[in-house]
Each structure stands twice: as C-alpha cells, then as structure tokens.
Design a binder for this molecule. Structure first.
Ligand code: GRG
Length: 288
C-alpha cells in the first residue's frame, strides 16, 4: 500500500510542466525522504473499509502526504523549530536554503488540491465527494486546523499551564490531518454521515494517542529509529504530556484513547473495520 503511494509520489508533478529545477528538487527531496506514510495508509484503509477502489484513493493519499510534508518543511525552519535533521536526512532548508524551503512547502500545499481534483478527473470519484474532500482539507489543514494548532503552539510556548491547552494544540496539529485522511478515504467510497462521525472520533483519538507517543519517544526513544535527535522537547523547554502527567500515566492515556478509538469504529457501522483496528494497535506500540 505504502509502496504504491511512494511510486506515485515520485511522479506527483506532470513531467511536461515547466518547474524551476531547484524548486522541483527541493519538493522531491522532502517528499521522497521516507517517513511512515501513515496518513496515506489511513486514506486507503478508510476507502477499503467501505469497499472503495484503491486506485481512486491514491491521488488523495498523495495529497495528504504533500500537506504533511509541507508542514514538516516549514516546521523545521529557523523561524519555527530550527531543526537540522528530519526523516534521517538534513532538513530541507539546510540543503536548499530558507527561501527555497518555504517555496517547496508552498508548492506542495498547493499541489495537494490539484491532486485531489485528479481523483475525480482520472478515477471518476463523484464531483460532490471531491468537493467535500477539498473543503475538509482546507478546514482541517488550515487556520482552524493544523495551521491554527501550530500558531497556538508558538504563541503558547512555555506559557501553557493546563493540559486542555496542550490537548487543543495536539488535536489541531496532529489529529486534524489524521481525521481528514480517514474521512477522505471514506467519502470517496460513499460513506454516510454517521459513519463519517465515527471516523472523526476514531481519528481524533488515535491522533492524540499518536502525539502523546511522539512526546514519550522524544524522551526515551531511539535516535536511530526516529531519524532525528531525541530530547528536543526538553532542550526547547516544551511542555508535553509526560511533562504534565509523567511517562506511566501518559502510556495509560494512550491505551485509553486507543480503546475509545476502536469502540467508535466497532459501534460505527463500518462494513470492513479490520485494517483500521489493526492500525490503531500498531500506532500504540510504535517505536518510531
Ligand atoms: C508549519 C503549518 C505548519 C504546521 C506544522 C506537523 C507540524 C505542524 C509540526 C511538526 C512537529 C510535530 C511534532 C507535529 C505533530 C505531528 C507529527 C507527530 C508529525 C510527525 O509525523 P510522522 O511521525 O512523520 O507521521 P513521518 O516522517 O513518519 O511522516
């Protein structure tokens, strides 16, 4: 599944388009730098859960990876987290410079919308479903979603004193794109509103669990497996889940969230839920 997405990402931009060589290189550098491809996998798993066609899900799977990759490129910039390594390689701005890294992010974000439209043009996803998917992406990745979460994170920095504030940031920065992926896969396969609501709950829960696990891995994970230095939160004096409630309680919270996520799917009338349930368990146990 991830391999098919990987192959398509290599040809994300039509070869006949004239794109400045450095910009193309910079976009491809980060897009093809590896990564777990979690969000594309969720798009495809959600489509499969409703008997949808994988090939129609691929352009949307690629779109969400483009948005995710853009967010990582921008997050690593000196004006944000100022990181040198990502996915085991030098960060985009370290190789191409700040200006080209900003433009690579802009280019990937914009191209995501082009890619969604191709699901309709090339694979016959109904225009109404494609429209809802575009709308979801604009909302969940935009100012009300991921971008808003990043802004709240930057504005809050060390000033966060309540777990609810941290949860807001985590949900916006991490869960929203995960929710998008699940709903997009389900929408293209014709899911109805109650099932979309079940997926929204599932995504919200696994996204938060994923982020808490990220915080734990930053404290006690393996740098080699993670592809980036550990203890960066501590160094930047970032307030995290383990900071508030400790590692053991954070682990219990992940288990609770995963159980809640699985119940939402089981009770949500989803025709073939197995892969989604497996993914929830896999994410809880991940080490990178
Ligand atoms: C710059 C608009 C803007 C947003 C940035 C994604 C993000 C928001 C910041 C990156 C820092 C961070 C910890 C974000 C939370 C989401 C997250 C855990 C990203 C890493 O996702 P993985 O583990 O990465 O799926 P790979 O490399 O495997 O794709």
């Amino acid at each position: 599944m991830a391999r098919k997405v990987e192959a398509e990402l290599g040809f994300a931009f039509p070869p006949e388009w004239h794109i400045p060589e450095k910009l193309k290189e910079s976009m491809q550098y980060s897009l093809m730098a590896g990564g777990k491809r979690l969000r594309p996998i969720l798009v495809i798993a959600a489509a499969e859960a409703f008997g949808g066609r994988i090939e129609a899900a691929i352009p949307i799977a690629c779109a969400v990876e483009m948005v995710h990759t853009y967010s990582l490129i921008h997050d690593d910039l000196p004006a944000m987290d100022n990181d040198d390594y990502r996915r085991g390689k030098l960060t985009n701005h370290k190789v191409f410079g700040d200006a080209m890294a900003i433009l690579a992010g802009d280019g990937l974000l914009t191209h995501a919308f082009y890619s969604i439209v191709q699901a309709h043009r090339k694979f016959g996803v109904p225009a109404e479903a494609a429209l809802s998917i575009v709308e979801d992406l604009a909302v969940l990745a935009g100012a009300k979603g991921m971008v808003g979460g990043q802004a709240a994170d930057i504005l809050g920095e060390q000033g966060i004193t309540r777990l609810e504030e941290l949860e807001y940031i985590h949900v916006r920065k991490t869960s929203d794109l995960i929710v998008f992926s699940l709903k997009a896969g389900a929408r293209l396969a014709g899911a109805g509103e109650p099932q979309l609501a079940a997926l929204e709950k599932f995504g919200h829960h696994i996204g938060l669990a994923f982020q808490i696990q990220d915080d734990i891995l930053d404290l006690i994970g393996d740098e080699q497996k993670l592809g980036k230095p550990v203890k960066s939160d501590e160094k930047q004096m970032k307030v995290t889940y383990p900071y508030f409630i400790g590692i053991e309680a954070s682990k219990r919270k992940i288990e609770e969230l995963t159980e809640g996520a699985k119940s939402a799917i089981i009770e949500g009338g989803i025709p073939k839920p197995d892969r989604l349930l497996q993914l929830a368990d896999y994410l809880m146990a991940r080490d990178h």
